[in-house]
Each structure stands twice: as structure tokens, then as C-alpha cells.
Design a protein around this ligand. Structure first.
Ligand SMILES: *[C@@H]1O[C@H](CO)[C@@H](O)[C@H](O)[C@H]1NC(C)=O
Ligand SMILES: *[C@@H]1O[C@H](CO)[C@@H](O)[C@H](O)[C@H]1NC(C)=O
Ligand SMILES: *[C@@H]1O[C@H](CO)[C@@H](O)[C@H](O)[C@H]1NC(C)=O
Length: 317
């Protein structure tokens, strides 16, 4: 879940960024076309007078260098079109397979690409990375950017004995239109030495081999994602569930007990009150009868009306 959201966020960022890049490059290629129209020589510039847009491509994976508005970008310039080294967004290991991907905004019918990796400022120091699908010729050049698409790419294998803290991955696009012109796109990558086993084709359960390591799907783990977490929760998890359940049960029991005790108390109180009342009534009656007896015996002054009446009645009789 987390990985998915990170992926979504980063692709959004990449897209936002690529639009920026595109604007930047469009402006530049317009400049190229001006050069081309004033001096229409091969390799000096391209005439795109009939075309509204120039060939345009954006490196997506690894993420292209961020272009600052102040940078003097000229895509023809080797090795990186004049772009400045930036932060590393891509970490790979020697010998790992990596997908190099790009978006083609404006295609060229016979375009070719070359992918290179290097540290130095000169293109000669760069090593050519050959696509694993063997689509490249001896020089590492393969057809690319011939159709407009949101994602085109090749899987390449990084050299086994090559590491670098901050090196450059270069994508060179050769476009031909009245002479061939190179465009250079770069990304900053890190190749760190770590003893890793090749994992391509070995990751199980839908895991993906990335930088020599299996990235497992949710629910599986292990170096090759060979363990399924859904085999059952661990003992600790079970214990946690049990403890939580017990606490909830205890709380419910306590609540019921409390309510029961309270109700009992109220009932006892009611009963007590009733008993008191009954007793009061009884004692009142007893008192009344005693009084009657007293008055009857004495036949004297009655203390209550009823006794008076009764006395009167008795007299009249
Ligand atoms: C490879 O490059 C060399 C020198 O740049 C060139 O002479 C040769 O024709 C190229 N080979 C292919 C197959 O393009
Ligand atoms: C790296 O390995 C390649 C062959 O696999 C070899 O040609 C090259 O010289 C090696 N480079 C270093 C720096 O060891
Ligand atoms: C791309 O490569 C093909 C075959 O190697 C070649 O015929 C074509 O001229 C190349 N395109 C450019 C623009 O150099």
C-alpha cells in the first residue's frame, strides 16, 4: 500500500517535471531551428519549418536531471546537453538489470538511441549499456523515439565491476532530418557495491527483481519472496489478538457486573423502603387498636373522632 502510494506520487512528480522539461526543451529546439534556418548546414541545425514541434523526449527512469532556468541547455552538447549534475534519485548495484524508460512527446521516424553510463565529463569515458533484448547494433545504437508514447524503454545490465557515488546515465537520441543531430539526456545515478545475487527470474509470488533484490508483494517475504505471510499469523500476533480480546471481554463483564450490582442495590433499597413502610403501617395500626382498647376500657374521653363517634353510638345504644 505504502509502496503503491509512493509510486503514484513519484510518477505524478515525474509527469509534472517532464512537462517542465518539455517546455524547456521546446524553447531550446526552437532556438536550434532558428540556427538551422539561418545556416542550413548538416549537423549545424535542423530545419523544422513545416513542423510545429521539434523531436522531444523525456527521460523518466532514472528520473532526468532537474533543469534550472539558469542552465544553458543545448541538447546537442555532449555528454548531457549542458545540464548540471544534480541529486541522485536512482541507486543500482553492479551487475543489476535496470529498466531505462522515457516518454516520447514528438517522435522522429528513424530515430536511434544509445544508453551509456559513466562518471567523467567526456562521453568517451562512458560505457555503452546494451539492451538485453539485443535490439542494438555493435555500437549500442537501437531504434527509439519513432512513435509518440508515454513510456518506451529498454532493460539494460549495469557493468559488473563498476561502482560510483554519483555517475551519469546518458540517453543519446540521434534524430535525422536533413542531417543527423544528437540530443542528450542525463540522469544522476549511484552504483553501490554490494554482494548481490542475481535475482531476475528467481523472485516468486509476483515479486519484482530490482537492483539485485526481490521486491516482494504484500503478503510474501524472504530473499526470493518464497515465504507466504498468509500461512497464518505468528504466535506473537495471536497473543496480541488474544490479549486484546481478553481485555475487551473483561471490560464487558465488568460493565455487566457493575450494572447488576447497581440494579441489585436499587432493588434492595426499594425493598427496604417498602419494609419500612409496611412496618410503619403495621405499627400505626397496632397503635390505633391499642388506643381503641384504651378508650373502650376507660369509656372516657375519646381521643379521636371515630372513637368519639363510636362512643356516641355506644351511648345511644
Ligand atoms: C559504430 O561506430 C563506428 C565509429 O563511430 C562507425 O564507424 C561504425 O560504422 C558504427 N557501426 C555501426 C554498425 O553503426
Ligand atoms: C570490468 O570488466 C570488463 C569485462 O567484464 C573488463 O573488460 C574491464 O577491464 C573491467 N574493468 C575494471 C575497471 O576492472
Ligand atoms: C538509425 O539506425 C539505422 C540502422 O542502423 C540507420 O539506417 C538510420 O540512419 C539511423 N538513424 C539516424 C537518425 O541516424
Amino acid at each position: 500500500m505504502k509502496a503503491v502510494s509512493i509510486l503514484a506520487l513519484s510518477s505524478l512528480l515525474v509527469l509534472a517535471h517532464s512537462n517542465q522539461l518539455h517546455d524547456k526543451y521546446r524553447h531550446l529546439t526552437e532556438e536550434v531551428s532558428i540556427v538551422g534556418t539561418t545556416r542550413p548546414q548538416a549537423n549545424e541545425g535542423i530545419q523544422y519549418t513545416e513542423q510545429r514541434f521539434q523531436p522531444s523526449l523525456t527521460l523518466l527512469s532514472p528520473m532526468a536531471r532537474k533543469i534550472n532556468t539558469g542552465d544553458a541547455i543545448d541538447l546537442k552538447q555532449q555528454p548531457c546537453g549542458g545540464s548540471i549534475k544534480g541529486g541522485v534519485h536512482f541507486v543500482a548495484t553492479p551487475g543489476s538489470r535496470n529498466f531505462i524508460g522515457w516518454k516520447v512527446s514528438h517522435s522522429v521516424p528513424n530515430g536511434n538511441c544509445t544508453i551509456r553510463l559513466g562518471t567523467g565529463p567526456n562521453e568517451e569515458d562512458f560505457k555503452v549499456l546494451y539492451p538485453l533484448d539485443k535490439s542494438a547494433n555493435k555500437n549500442g545504437s537501437f531504434p527509439c523515439g519513432r512513435e509518440e508514447t508515454t513510456l518506451e524503454g529498454k532493460e539494460v545490465k549495469f557493468p559488473k565491476n563498476f561502482t560510483c557515488d554519483s555517475c551519469t546515465l546518458q540517453l543519446e537520441w540521434v534524430v535525422q532530418e536533413k542531417g543527423s543531430v544528437q540530443q542528450h539526456y542525463c540522469a544522476d545515478v549511484e552504483v553501490i557495491d554490494k554482494e548481490v545475487e542475481e535475482c531476475a527470474g528467481k523472485c516468486q509470488g509476483g515479486g519484482i527483481c530490482m537492483n539485485g533484490e526481490c521486491k516482494c508483494r504484500k503478503g510474501s517475504s524472504g530473499a526470493y519472496c518464497q515465504y507466504k505471510d498468509s500461512d497464518g499469523p505468528g504466535i506473537f500476533t495471536m497473543f496480541l489478538y488474544f490479549a486484546g480480546f481478553s481485555i475487551i471481554l473483561a471490560v464487558i463483564i465488568a460493565l455487566f457486573w457493575g450494572a447488576y450490582v447497581y440494579i441489585k442495590k436499587i432493588e434492595a433499597e426499594k425493598e427496604r423502603m417498602a419494609a419500612v413502610e409496611r412496618e410503619e403501617r403495621l405499627s400505626n395500626q397496632k397503635q390505633g387498636r391499642e388506643m381503641e382498647n384504651i378508650t373502650d376500657k376507660n369509656s372516657g374521653i375519646p381521643e379521636s373522632q371515630s372513637q368519639f363517634q363510636r362512643a356516641g353510638f355506644q351511648k345511644a345504644r
